[in-house]
Design a protein around this ligand. Sequence first.
Ligand code: ATP
Length: 284
Amino acid sequence: MEENKRECGDTSCTEECCSGCEHACGGQQPDSLIEPTNEYNDIKKIIGVVSGKGGVGKSLVTSLLAVTMQRAGYKTAILDADITGPSIPKTFKLEEKAVANELGIFPVKTKTGIETMSVNSILENDTDPVVWRGPVIAGTVKQFWTDVLWGDIDYMFIDMPPGTGDVPLTVFQSIPVDGIVIVTSPQELVSMIVTKAVKMAELMNIPIVGLVENMSYFTCPDNGKDYQIFGDSHIEEVAAKHGLDILGRIPIDPKLAAACDKGMIELFEGEWLEELAHKLENMK
Ligand SMILES: Nc1ncnc2c1ncn2[C@@H]1O[C@H](COP(=O)(O)OP(=O)(O)OP(=O)(O)O)[C@@H](O)[C@H]1O
């Protein structure tokens, strides 16, 4: 029963339930489960990039956003919290592995200087599957926050695992995320999925910066016309329903897919995320 669960997290307490507890926790839940980052870090803004389901282009948007902010002159980082499906090292063609000393773990720098940490940067073999249980995965993400020597960072982007499970919950509880960007695609199903992501953000008390629709349209190279491959987009209705801003629409572009596959995302051309970048620059 929900009421009988001890929620205070105080492992020394012998009571089973917080209500009426007179022990160490005094029946109070802790104010915050936020973990301190490494003492050498100064990270100014942390943005989680989420999607309700896999494969909508969350990693692509995380990468484009980091490149956009780095190009604008900000010191940028990517924490790849997608432990079982890490894409960041491939998208940026990072072959170097992370090294550590007694102070912490050093992130891996991309060609343009974006600091990154991903499980593939610490696994010996990129193709080794991560067959770990939930708490171990969540613990690894937490360590990327507490043990990595990120240094001075203006914007950190967290590539979240898809869905609303254990790892997103750990990220939201233990890292002081300033806002989230929700990535969607045009299919109707998205409405329900976005609603789940919005509700999770509300539950965790994290502001939503806005929505980005990926695979929005395809521009035919022969006649220059835009086609909506997945049918009419529902993003306007979804945004209106939740009072959110649509801050970017990214087309289906074979050049983008090729850039990801070849690890050359830092060379992308396109200004799809300028509005979002502007909003991030003006975040309090
Ligand atoms: N707008 C686009 N145009 C062309 N290809 C795209 C586009 N968006 C994503 N892709 C391709 O689709 C694939 C999935 O994208 P991505 O890895 O960003 O999705 P994801 O939501 O992060 O997936 P997962 O949830 O599995 O981590 C990638 O190979 C990427 O190159």
